[in-house]
Write a protein that binds this ligand. Structure first.
Ligand SMILES: [Cu+2]
Length: 123
């Protein structure tokens, strides 16, 4: 490519990056079940996280940590909901009473991996 063409290509690509709605649209957590800081009478059967956009299963995960660093869900992997790919789910075994931390990682279409965590308590 000649220098002038290279310059034009660079400008076009920079403009596309600036105007793309994806540039600002990282996957972010909209809501969760259990909700953050929830105190539950009954143990939840699953964790369901709803994101603002479709998440990529290969780059998205949920981990559950209980008292003393236990991991009650073991090696279970989170799955993306068939009907709504913005929802990530992790099935849970029966949980004893206690405090739990949910850690999540998720990547949307732009490939940026976001992470977060929240806690809930089973009475
Ligand atoms: Cu992003």
């Amino acid at each position: 490519m000649k220098p002038f063409q290279t310059l034009i290509a660079s400008v076009v690509m920079a403009a596309a990056a600036l105007t793309s709605p994806l540039a600002a649209a990282h996957a972010s957590l909209k809501s969760s079940n259990p909700a953050a800081n929830a105190v539950l009478d009954a143990a939840p059967k699953e964790i369901a996280l709803t994101f603002n956009e479709k998440v990529e299963p290969a780059f998205s995960s949920i981990t559950l940590t209980g008292a003393g660093g236990s991991t009650p869900a073991g090696q279970a992997k989170a799955t993306v909901d068939d009907a709504n790919p913005a929802i990530l789910r992790l099935a849970l075994p029966p949980l004893p009473a206690g405090a739990y931390t949910v850690g999540w990682a998720a990547a949307g279409r732009d490939g940026h991996r976001r992470k977060g965590e929240f806690t809930f308590t089973v009475k």
